[in-house]
Design a binder for this molecule. Structure first.
Ligand code: NAD
Ligand code: 89V
Length: 343
């Protein structure tokens, strides 16, 4: 397979994981990087030995011959950068949250479809190996047809020291973390027709909500609860584990803290350890997320090679992003929100 030449835009906190990921992937390599902050450009360029460095993305597109671009900036720059990639006919990966608004996200998807440019949202949580293990149980038929799910992320981990912007936005946990958990709910139980949401801000030092509880109707007929909190102090801090309970008409699956998977179904009960591997460059407790970065990047390279649509394409992610918008609207109105009306 020919090696694809990629560029990364945004050399901040999370991009370091993406750069490690690219270094390990056969079939693609990062040949240029861009950050408007020269200090971040130098840190990441020196760490990963990338000589071609740009402070302006337009200049990079004009100077480099790229097979893809990996956009790892924060949300306000996503639409202009995806549009720049599209104008240059360069396939793009865009970090979550996809865009500041659903209208922006739709415009980005439209622009890429019109230009025939592949677009994937870096929605990596569903690629975590414990989440994939739950999906494999559902696919096996062992628990029958799911009728209930609880997808839960509760923690008191200090995310603000690594990502200070998370403390300042009017929107916090649904937009930043809930978006992943909502996507997992879609991945496991299918698309959603209605969402009802309650939020709270427990930490007085931040601007946005740090607790969200969402009740969803899935098109399959299943009901799910997605609950997220960064205000939950526990005996053993579970960050960044997503815990899962799914009940089917023939059994149950539980993904419990410590990556313990319990399946009770047609063949009895089986308990297994589905801990993610600790990659050589990874560090606990982030190794779960770090592993999923490599998995989604591999998926992108395979999709480009085969000409297939990524699982978390821009078009797919509109359905996850619509849940975020609907959750905020429903939290404000205290009314259920229909998803179809937004798409
Ligand atoms: P950050 O602020 O640490 O880094 C962003 C970098 O982008 C900064 O260095 C900034 O100078 C640069 N930048 C911004 N606009 C630019 C532009 N127009 N051109 C060039 N450079 C530009 O942010 P972060 O914490 O690394 O988060 C980046 C994105 O990754 C966010 O969207 C965040 O939600 C997402 N994120 C995803 C995960 C995940 O697991 N998928 C985890 C953490 C963060
Ligand atoms: O995955 C993320 O998007 C991160 C974190 C896990 C801290 O919420 O921002």
């Amino acid at each position: 397979m020919a090696t694809l030449s990629g560029a990364l835009i945004g050399c901040g906190f999370f991009a370091v994981n993406q750069m490690h990921g690219w270094r390990d992937i056969v079939g693609a390599s990062i040949v240029a990087i861009c950050d408007r902050d020269p200090e971040r450009l130098k840190i990441v360029g020196d760490q990963f030995g990338i000589a071609k460095r740009y402070t302006d993305a337009a200049e990079m597109f004009a100077s480099e011959k790229l097979d893809f671009v990996d956009i790892a900036t924060t949300v306000v720059s996503h639409r202009p950068l995806v549009e720049l990639a599209t104008a240059n006919r360069v396939p793009a990966i865009c970090q979550k949250p996809f865009a500041p608004t659903l209208a922006d996200a739709k415009a980005m998807v439209e622009a890429c479809i019109e230009a025939g440019v592949p677009l994937m949202v870096h929605e990596n949580f569903r690629w975590q190996s414990p989440i994939q293990a739950v999906r494999a149980v559902l696919d096996s038929g062992e628990i029958g047809t799911p009728f209930f799910g609880r997808i839960s992320f509760r923690s008191a981990y200090d995310v603000f020291s690594g990502q200070p912007y998370l403390a300042t936005g009017k929107r916090f946990i649904i937009e930043d973390l809930g978006i992943h958990v909502l996507d997992i709910a879609r991945f496991l139980l299918g698309d959603v027709s209605t969402i009802t949401t309650r939020t709270a801000r427990i930490n007085p030092a931040i601007a946005g909500e740090d607790v969200a509880t969402m009740l969803m109707d899935h098109d399959s007929g299943a009901t799910s609860v997605v609950d997220c909190s960064y205000a939950t102090k526990l005996a053993t801090e579970p960050f960044p584990e997503t815990l899962i309970e799914i009940d089917g008409d023939a059994g149950t699956v539980r993904l419990a803290q410590g990556y313990r998977l319990t399946v009770t179904g047609k063949s009895g009960t089986a308990v297994s350890d589905v801990s993610p591997p600790l990659l050589p460059w990874a560090s606990r407790p982030w190794h779960n997320i770090q592993e999923s970065v490599v998995a989604i990047q591999k998926h992108w390279v395979e999709c480009l090679a085969k000409g297939t649509e990524p699982a978390t394409s821009g078009a797919d992610n509109l359905k996850t992003f619509a849940l975020v918008e609907a959750a905020y609207a429903g939290a404000a109105s205290r009314q259920p929100v229909q998803i179809d009306a937004l798409l």
